[in-house]
Write a protein that binds this ligand. Structure first.
Ligand code: M6R
Length: 614
């Protein structure tokens, strides 16, 4: 979502701010801005730009500002369109106090009305601007920054990480955290503040993660930390285990294409990782063997592609562990009733480990004293810190907003996790793990081999042809329906083409009325024979209405293959890993459709990689 960063030290702040904003630009890329206190006379100066961090850097080159203390921001719009006016930093009426904000101030409307009635002048449509005007009032009342912050957080509702920089207080940045992530990197005579530790990885050796509902005064040699009541807290510094390695595109035109091609390697790393922790698996995750053996239900919670991966994994857990599994969208979870069952494992799936909807669901379950586990790709993430157990997917950093290798890593890891639980429960013998490793290895082979098989046909013929269609229907059954949802999400977010997705059996209950030759119906077959037979019937219903069929099928599924206008045929895998076999070709096909349409593939409009607002 938005990113906030700050610097205080002996160097000019601009270089760090621009570098760290570009490292975290995947979080939001509508607009960017920075402010600093001039080194000569502590005057607040700023630059903003609608567009990328590179645009902001150009603006700063043409019209330089700098100082030893500064704050920066990239935005993903929630309140107000992407524009220079709405870009952060925002200011008080006198332009003596500046603020960058990540999160949402939920009661901003009431506060804004009050402040307007008192004569404050607002320049933007953002929720964030109220926080700086409110701070202006509270600071002028008390002339005490600490008291003003305590009073401010008492009045603000919502989730926020805030960084204040003010002329009247040139010794420290003020960092405030409620729910949204915020951390401080400790350097030598310099401090870095950021939404994510990767902002300063390589520059600082230690990090302090601000506890929820706390604020800090960050000087170049000091951190003074308080809770929201003003009680002093001892900052806990941890070693930084995140790395920042500049990931170029390595010759690929987009990060997405590079990440599609990394999937086989990622699945191999997943296998190596689980092999390496095999016997001490539950120690590593954070649970006892006894607890795992006692589980009688598993609830998966996630958003977007992570939710789709969980929906696919649900079938694996039911079949392999012989326990019921549920899958809940994180954004819906808080509206449901929460039933306490200590034998239910709540498993939170998230590439970033920071998605606000998922994180809030995790916190709700933690509050109910039930057992939580995070499956995430980021070791330094909030979910790793807050869940009782965690397991890391081995996808390495994923940069493209559309999830590819993180999704396949989740499928592979969850398949192996289900087998490990079944072994612990005594349902499967220990050597079943080797079979499961081989299953994933074969699926990884097919994933990559199938891209090679179809690459040139997709690039030359199929992508240009299907890029002309304005809408699609995707169908599947059982886990192939969950995969169809993932494929539909990919096509929508990358190409902006409208896709509707159905369980194939539902088509005849309404959506079949849409079918004609202008809407391709994409069918994802299954290796489960009863499911396959039903899918043939559904495909025939489409053909009988002059529908256009694109089919993903397995070798030997001739009846379905013969109905297709376009077909992709895959070698056999374990039926529960069909999604892994399909996903490389599906992603490659969608990537090239988006490319034909000239879309900004790595950064689709309106989106962000890490969605840290609810
Ligand atoms: O980081 P997370 O896995 O929690 O993110 C969840 C979704 O925001 C994410 O999967 C999103 O749907 C992707 N852009 C899909 O490609």
């Amino acid at each position: 979502m938005c990113t906030v960063v700050g610097y205080v030290g002996n160097e000019y702040s601009r270089a760090f701010i621009l570098e760290s904003l570009s490292r975290l630009e995947y979080r939001g890329y509508d607009s960017a801005g920075l402010a600093c206190l001039t080194s000569a006379d502590n005057r607040l100066v700023y630059r903003k730009s609608q567009g990328s961090v590179a645009d902001l850097a150009r603006q700063c080159d043409n019209n330089p500002i700098d100082g030893y203390m500064g704050i920066g921001h990239t935005r993903w719009s929630t309140h107000g369109i992407p524009s220079e006016v709405n870009a952060h930093p925002h200011f008080d009426c006198q332009k003596k106090i500046s603020l960058v904000h990540n999160g949402i101030i939920e009661n901003y409307h009431v506060l804004k009305q009050q402040l307007l009635s008192e004569g404050h002048v607002f320049l933007s449509q953002t929720d964030s601007e109220v926080a700086v005007h409110l701070f202006e009032v509270l600071f002028s009342d008390t002339q005490d920054v600490k008291a003003a912050i305590i009073s401010l957080v008492d009045k603000l509702q919502g989730a926020y990480s805030l960084l204040f920089l003010l002329e009247a207080y040139p010794d420290a940045l003020i960092a405030v955290r409620k729910k949204s992530p915020l951390c401080i990197g400790i350097g030598t005579q310099e401090m870095f503040v950021a939404s994510d530790v990767t902002a300063f990885a390589g520059r600082a050796e230690k990090v302090v993660f601000l506890p929820d509902e706390s604020f800090a005064f960050v000087g170049k040699n000091s951190i003074e930390l308080y809770d929201f009541s003003g009680k002093k807290l001892q900052p806990v510094a941890e070693d930084i285990d995140a790395m920042w390695i500049y990931q170029g595109k390595q010759g690929y035109e987009h990060f997405m294409l590079k990440e599609i091609y990394e999937q086989k390697k990622v699945l191999h790393s997943t296998i190596d990782f689980l092999r390496s922790i095999n016997v001490r698996m539950w120690d590593h995750v954070g649970f006892t063997n006894e607890y795992i053996a006692s589980i009688d239900h598993i609830t998966f919670i996630g958003c977007g592609s992570s939710w789709n991966a969980a929906a696919i994994a649900r079938y694996v857990f039911e079949k392999v562990c012989l326990i019921p599994a549920s899958v809940i969208l994180a954004s819906e979870f808080r509206h449901q009733s929460l039933f306490v069952n200590q034998k239910n494992l709540y498993c939170f799936i998230s590439q970033s480990g920071e998605t606000a909807d998922t994180l809030e669901a995790l916190r709700l379950v933690n509050e109910s004293s039930q057992i939580t586990m995070a499956v995430t790709n980021v070791a330094s993430s909030s979910m790793v810190r807050e869940a009782q157990g965690f397991l890391l997917t081995q996808a390495q950093q994923e940069i493209s907003v559309a999830s590819t290798k993180a999704f396949s890593a989740q499928i592979g890891l969850l398949y192996l996790l289900a087998h490990r639980i079944a072994v612990t429960k005594g349902i499967l013998p220990l050597d079943a793990m080797n079979t499961a490793f081989n299953d994933v290895m074969l699926a990884a082979e097919i994933l990559e081999g199938s891209i090679e098989k179809y690459a040139s046909k997709i690039v030359r013929e199929l992508a240009p042809k299907y890029a002309h269609y304005k809408q699609f229907i995707f169908i599947g059954r059982h886990s192939s329906y969950s995969f169809a949802l993932e494929a539909a999400l990919k096509l929508k977010e990358l190409s902006y083409i409208f896709v509707d997705c159905y369980p194939a059996g539902e088509l005849k209950h309404g959506a079949l009325a849409l079918v004609d030759e202008t809407i391709p119906v994409v069918v994802f077959s299954s290796l489960d024979v009863p499911v396959y037979r039903k899918l043939i019937a559904n495909a025939q219903e489409v053909k009988a209405r002059s529908g256009h069929l694109v089919v993903f099928a397995f070798e030997g599924q001739q009846e379905l293959i013969d109905l297709a206008d376009t077909v992709f045929i895959f070698p056999h895998v374990h039926p529960l890993l069909a999604s892994l076999a399909y996903c490389g070709v599906m992603q490659f096909f969608v990537y090239h459709i988006a490319k034909c349409l000239n879309r900004p593939i790595d950064k689709p409009r309106n989106l962000a990689k890490s969605v840290t607002v609810e």
